[in-house]
Write a protein of this length. Structure first.
Length: 149
């Protein structure tokens, strides 16, 4: 539990306690590395990206639109501001053909058991962030690995 650097309210590291009356931060929090490495999270995230019905290149454009178009604050799970600069998305998705995105989208049916390499984490975090911005409730379900419909 810490204070958000953007709004000063409490950032909960896990689910917000149902009976807690303290005002808490509703800024968007990016996923922690350990969450992004969880297989259940990757499968649920891949499924939701597929549900957008976009090509792999369009997915990256959608991620950019969501992140650059968001006017609220974004922070790390520890409350520190998550920096968004104008080439953030391009810097992460450097492969022009976006074949990694195409491969990732297939993980909704067959996600590798092996944990993703460190260089993949920023891509996963931005895909996840775009979902969190566009649909916070859905993002909470993905975080719990409960993509059940
Ligand atoms: Zn906040």
């Amino acid at each position: 539990m810490t204070d958000c650097h953007a709004c000063g309210l409490i950032v909960w590291a896990g689910p917000v306690p149902a009976n807690d009356n303290q005002p808490s931060c509703f800024c968007v929090t990016v996923a922690a590395d350990f969450e992004l490495r969880r297989r259940g999270h990757r499968i649920a995230l891949a499924a939701e990206i597929n549900r957008l019905g976009l090509s792999r290149r369009e997915v990256v454009n959608w991620v950019a639109d969501e992140i650059y178009g968001y006017s609220g604050a974004v922070h790390w799970p520890n409350g520190v501001t998550f920096p968004i600069w104008d080439t953030l998305v391009d810097d992460a998705f450097t492969d022009g053909s976006q074949s990694w995105v195409g491969d990732f989208m297939k993980q909704s049916v067959n996600a590798p058991l092996i944990r993703p390499q460190k260089r993949v984490i920023p891509k996963l975090r931005l895909l996840d962030l775009a979902i969190r911005i566009s649909d916070p409730r859905l993002a909470a379900r993905i975080a719990r690995g409960l993509n059940d419909n």
